[in-house]
Ligand binder design. Structure first.
Ligand SMILES: Nc1ncnc2c1ncn2[C@@H]1O[C@H](COP(=O)(O)OP(=O)(O)OP(=O)(O)O)[C@@H](O)[C@H]1O
Length: 286
């Protein structure tokens, strides 16, 4: 049975290693995330506590192999503890999730397209890094990308970091994976099909996420799971007209649209690598 927020707050407070639990940062399907101070670190951190410590390994739970990874566009995992409560110490991202920033805070329409594209570049760079280490993320979405500092109107977009590695796996574990995990509206057709997939499935999800970042629209709107599956399997993708026209000339807009189409190509082999996508986006930012 899942533990309550209050109970976990108190048990975390008693946990060795935690100096102080401050406040709740957010709630996920599998966890509560608290702002904490921990012994040995000066800066506050985010501590993700599993609601149910008997939960299957990998569900909402960053695995040991993620711990050593360091990249400016990843929510770095600073420690993993298993005891009376299971928790993961994460780099604190004060700006919250990109999903909340795009759809809830009301500031997103004021963010220029070039700044939004910058956010997309950050995520592509993080994915490229993971793929270079032969790690698949498997749940790329706006709810799993975080702003390092709060977004301020009229200022440059803060660094964006890809987080929530609960589903991440080394490719070497399986040459090709077949387990259908992730979030439906971002899922590549080969994952939905329970077919074999590889790093290019992350690139597909990234394409859907990039469109969400640029357009500010929830991918495929408020459809139920069955119709989402039918749409994606039927080759439907988010619409071009949802992308604001304020990106310089038509040629640049066309290049941007071509990047999106390449990322969410039906055939995984036709998609760019994450590094390739990052390079193409960077070319448009210069
Ligand atoms: N590093 C962080 N810094 C600041 N806030 C965070 C951080 N990580 C998570 N949060 C907050 O906690 C919420 C839940 O985190 P997360 O989505 O990683 O949990 P989860 O249990 O894996 O959930 P789900 O599977 O539903 O995405 C986030 O939406 C965000 O508000």
């Amino acid at each position: 049975m899942d533990d309550s927020e209050e109970n976990l707050f108190l048990r975390l407070q008693d946990s060795e290693g935690i100096a102080e639990v401050h406040d709740l940062l957010g709630t996920g399907s599998f966890s509560f995330v608290f702002r904490c101070t921990v012994h040995g670190l000066d800066e506050p951190v985010a501590v993700k506590v599993l609601k149910n410590k008997d939960m299957l390994p990998g569900r909402g739970r960053e695995s040991e192999f993620i711990q050593g990874l360091r990249h400016p566009n990843l929510v770095n995992v600073l420690g993993i503890f298993e005891g009376d409560v299971h928790y993961v110490i994460l780099e604190l991202c004060e700006g919250g999730s990109l999903q909340d920033v795009i759809h809830r805070d009301g500031l997103w329409p004021t963010v220029p397209l070039a700044h939004r594209l910058r956010a997309g570049y950050d995520i592509a760079a993080a994915l490229d890094f993971l793929h270079q280490q032969d790690i698949l993320h498997r749940d790329v979405k706006s709810g799993n990308a975080f702003l390092l500092t709060p977004l301020q109107e009229g200022e440059a977009i803060p660094t964006v970091k890809l987080g929530d590695m609960g589903f991440a796996r080394p490719v070497s574990d399986f040459d090709m994976m077949t387990q259908g995990v992730g979030t439906l509206r971002y899922m590549a057709p080969e994952v939905l099909n329970s077919g074999e997939y590889n790093c290019q499935a992350d690139v597909f999800s990234f394409g859907i996420l990039l469109h969400e970042i640029l357009s500010g629209e929830i991918p495929f709107g408020s459809r139920n799971e069955a119709s989402l599956c039918l749409l994606i399997m039927g080759g439907h993708r988010p619409p071009e007209e949802a992308i604001p026209p304020d990106f310089g000339d038509q040629d640049r807009h066309n290049q941007l649209w071509a990047i999106l189409q390449a990322c969410w190509a039906e055939d995984a082999d036709e998609r760019p690598t994450a590094g390739g996508a990052a390079g193409l986006i960077h070319g448009l930012l210069c």
